[in-house]
Design a protein around this ligand. Sequence first.
Ligand SMILES: Cc1cc2nc3c(=O)[nH]c(=O)nc-3n(C[C@H](O)[C@H](O)[C@H](O)COP(=O)(O)O)c2cc1C
Length: 265
Amino acid sequence: MTLDLLDAINQRHTTNGYFLPDPVSLAHQHLLVKAAARAPSHFNSQPWRFILVDDAAIRTRIAEIGGNSMTQLMEEGRFFTRYRKYFRFSQAEMEERRDGIYIDKLPAPLRPFIKQVFSERATNILKRLGVAKMLGRDNTKLVQASPLLLVALLDKEEYKQDGDLSDFYCVLSLGMAIEHIWLLTTKLGMGIQFVSTPMEIPSAWAEIKQLLAVPEHLEMMAIYRLGYVPAEKARPKIDWQSDQRKPLSRFVYRNTCNTPEKDTD
Ligand SMILES: Cc1cc2nc3c(=O)[nH]c(=O)nc-3n(C[C@H](O)[C@H](O)[C@H](O)COP(=O)(O)O)c2cc1C
């Protein structure tokens, strides 16, 4: 598929739905991590490490841990209180704010709750209604059905976590390496999504590190699910939009921060 870089950037997005069950070819897996390795890093230190997880049993276990983490986060209400500020509740609010995510697809019984979901009371109602368990189960199925998991790590030789600049450099470099992968998935007809709920539960993250035999000298930083995207992209039961971007005037300045850039679009 010929796709120039700007198209790849503009078409890059997060895949919330199911991938095709087809295994990701070894050639594509290696293309993705070789593209990551072409990313810039301080003094070409290449502090990133990756695990390509296509083993079904390991993917299933990570999916279960991910789903259980989501249920726990939802039942404890932590997820809602922590990320409330990113949620938009109407298309109009989304167009006004031009950032955040708008959950525009929700099972009918849940729609009345969407705004209250951030209150303690609603969290208990959702718990009683078993919504948190349903979301967890759905998430487990989604991750389990993904043919490839990609785990990103940093070498602690560089990523010392002692507040030294090299920590920032490592995270920045890893971010750029992952963006290379993300952009290349667009060209390969693939999709990618963070599997981030286990990151919020230290015991879940520790269990995955053990499962993947992560050695002491490496820090596990993020997990992604990948696969080929179906032609007909069925939206999951609960789905959101996050395609808006701020206008220039809201994130760019001219010469000093006293002068926001003029919007051109
Ligand atoms: C650090 C980080 C954590 C993220 N965690 C999640 C996540 O848990 N689930 C998810 O679907 N997307 C996650 N995302 C993707 C963002 O939600 C997404 O990039 C943003 O909403 C813009 O949408 P787009 O990627 O489709 O352009 C994460 C992105 C970043 C950079």
